[in-house]
Design a protein around this ligand. Structure first.
Ligand code: SAM
Ligand code: ZN
Length: 272
């Protein structure tokens, strides 16, 4: 069975009951919700293990309210034209909003498509497992993917760290990589409330070793947040929450509504 690979020896796991066992008898147990923890402490890519519970809950409730639905649609439209898809990976899947949306889109055409999600945050993977029982989920790092070489047809990587060498290793030849990241003035109006001098986001390079860039599409849409609770959840799911002083937080908390806008780049690549 094509499941995850063993973090110790890199051989493929087979599922035996509630355990994943590799040919060298290393064993990882599935949680009650069906996900597995394959994180090796030295490979987590940082001291803090990804998003905490507060950020995961905020992201879940904001995404469930449909504010980023245009982005989900754009990602699904990008993969729909692909043929011969059997395995998809969401690297840094968070609480699984896009992973689930992608699975629902792809399994309509082919019910056998396997959709994997990994995230370094256990809270995020637990939430993803509650969202969608059909996802194959692991707590693991983008920098040490528990995935066999050349076994993935489409890899998505949304607002999360990337590792072009790992992505190139797990994707099959000519496999598709989709990356989404915030553009220069993403949530500018929100930043203008919390910061005295808001700054533009620095844009990461579009060029990745081992990949051909096929398209880079700017995607922008308005966010009309007509409840204080929406402003609060959006703020808590951003990194600004942890960087903002009390005064900035108080200014935002006093707002009954906020009109801002989301602004992303959607970059599509093929593995060479
Ligand atoms: C901004 S969130 C985006 C989550 C999801 N892709 C989405 O768009 O809803 C970034 C995610 O990357 C995860 N993350 C951070 N470092 C990671 C790493 N080294 N390996 C795997 N996931 C990581 C965080 O835990 C968090 O869930
Ligand atoms: Zn092993």
């Amino acid at each position: 069975m094509n499941f995850f690979t063993c973090p110790v020896c890199k051989e493929r796991f087979s599922q035996v009951g509630r355990s994943l066992i590799c040919p060298n008898r290393h064993c990882s147990d599935l949680s009650k919700r069906g996900y597995v923890n394959l994180l090796r402490p030295s490979k987590s890519g940082g001291a803090r293990h990804g998003d905490d519970k507060l950020m995961v809950e905020a992201r879940k409730s904001f995404l469930n309210a449909g504010f980023y639905a245009p982005l989900l649609t754009a990602v699904c439209d990008t993969v729909r034209a692909e043929t011969g898809i059997s395995a998809v990976l969401d690297a840094g899947c968070g609480e699984g909003y896009y992973t689930q949306g992608l699975r629902e889109t792809l399994t309509k055409a082919n019910p056998d498509v396997r959709v994997y999600g990994i995230d370094v945050s256990r809270d995020a993977i637990h939430a993803a497992s509650l969202r969608d029982r059909e996802l194959r989920l692991a707590v693991a790092s983008i920098f040490d993917l528990p995935i066999a070489d050349g076994s993935i047809d489409i890899l998505i990587n949304l607002f999360a760290p990337y590792d072009s060498a790992e992505f190139s290793r797990v994707l099959r030849s000519h496999g598709l990589l989709i990356r989404v990241f915030p553009a220069e003035r993403h949530l500018w109006e929100l930043k203008s409330v919390v910061y005295d001098t808001p700054y533009e986001n620095e844009i990461d390079t579009f060029l990745l070793d081992g990949f051909t860039l096929i398209s880079k599409t700017p995607l922008a849409f308005p966010l009309h947040l007509d409840r204080a609770e929406y402003i609060d959840t959006l703020f808590k799911m951003t990194p600004y929450y942890y960087k903002t002083g009390r005064e900035g937080q108080a200014r935002l908390a006093a707002l009954p509504s906020l009109d801002t806008h989301a602004e992303f780049y959607l970059a599509v690549y093929r593995r060479c």
